[in-house]
Design a binder for this molecule. Sequence first.
Ligand code: ADP
Ligand code: LRH
Length: 498
Amino acid sequence: TDQLRVAAVDLGATSGRVMAAEVGPDLLRLEEVHRFANGGVPVRGSLFWDVVGIHRETLAGLRKVALGGSLDGIGIDSWAVDYGLLDRDGELLGNPYSHRDARTVGVPERVAGLVDAGEMYAITGLQELPFNTVFQLVAATGTAALESAETLLLLPDLLTYWLTGEIGAERTNASTTGLYDVRSRTWSVDLAKRLSLPWGILPPLRDPGSVVAPLLPAVAQAIGQAVGEPGVPVIAVGSHDTASAVVGVPADGERFAYVSSGTWSLVGLELDGPVLSEDARLANFTNEGGVDGTVRFLKNVMGLWVLSESVRTWAAQGLTVDLPTLLSGAAHAAPLRTVVDIDDPSLLPPATAADQMPERLRALARAAGEPVPESPAEVVRTILDSLALAYRRNVRRACELAGREIDVVHVVGGGSQNALLCQLTADACGLPVLAGPAEAAALGNALVQARTLGADLPDLAAMRALVRRTHDLVRYEPRGGADWDAAARRVGPLKAGA
Ligand code: ADP
Ligand code: LRH
């Protein structure tokens, strides 16, 4: 038959999900069989991922997919950058750190003293984010774990290893480490050596779309497969969730920008090759590796994290805060009353009782001489107006830096369901927004698997055409009225990428 059924495991920073995906010539259907909460776990002042718990939930989800019908393939994608270390017995050395852990504060500045930032950009093409893997490793220098490490595995590769026993580094995610040479498409061993990092722990690279291995027999049994059945193949997909999400962007042609809108918002363009100009570096734009050799030229925007952490703060205070009520409150709040630099580093770490997210926003407003948002509705409106402004700034800057013209902004991910944010994005950018699918990453994951398994999806254009044929999008036209130019000036001269 020309119909396939695969499991797409898509792990977000706030929730993980396991999807059963059916793919055929005119069929692309996702069924969410398992979803579980995810988040950083504070232990003794550090912030970790519960990666063994994520493995358990992955298996629970795969079991549900397998019970529901045939299972032709399995692919895993997750957020980028974070990793686990294995010792010489292949055992995990400690809990993987969250990139929101404070250990990398000040590390980029220290590294700049060893390797010039311009030279680093020329090699990796990466925006400087304090939590890039390279900076996490420098922060870990001298620790017992790093000293005894044999192998570094990025999180989707670690979970893939537990399913298959195979070690490797899928390229799209490797490209986010800061140790990957964007032009030669190999590990930059030289850079690792100059930073005194143990370059031997970097595993062999593998391409998205390659078959890793069949499930280990014990894993196959754990998900309910009979002994002796051939193990389901685990396929390397675009294991960086943003790489998979951009595969799932239902664009027609190349005149589009995207916002991959989840915990983070990733805002930019798909290009054939990197832009490594000095202007791109100063604007702190990144060149991440995509499926089929494409480049994601984009910037990280702080994203719906700021909203979800505010909601967490309010919930801890005993306020009832369901998202629809908050968003309708925000829709009725005064437009562009308060705007802040939503990428301010103070918003990166998790909120605590002593350092609450709404208070951080109020502090930013105060420091910028903006009216201080008081009610939850005002705070939410501040977040959404400020996000839309950041999208506008980065869409425009990406187009200038890459010399690309666009007609539309595609919004995918959970945030594509936020109608107010989508409308504000259209208004701010002065372009139509096409919103959806919300599960673009799982779709991109499933599409790459399907191609590997023989589906007639020769290129990204064919994959996107299938998404368009099978998914309804919501269109938002830009409205006039609000003065976004003036608001952009109020946010003022920004540190990076002003
Ligand atoms: P991640 O994969 O990074 O965990 P998602 O793509 O799942 O993130 O997006 C999560 C975000 O999507 C939430 O923080 C929330 O703001 C937004 N979201 C999800 N569902 C809805 C909805 N029904 N309406 C509005 N926003 C939503
Ligand atoms: C989004 C994402 C993003 C990375 C961040 C660490 O989930 O993968 O592309 O920068 O997480």
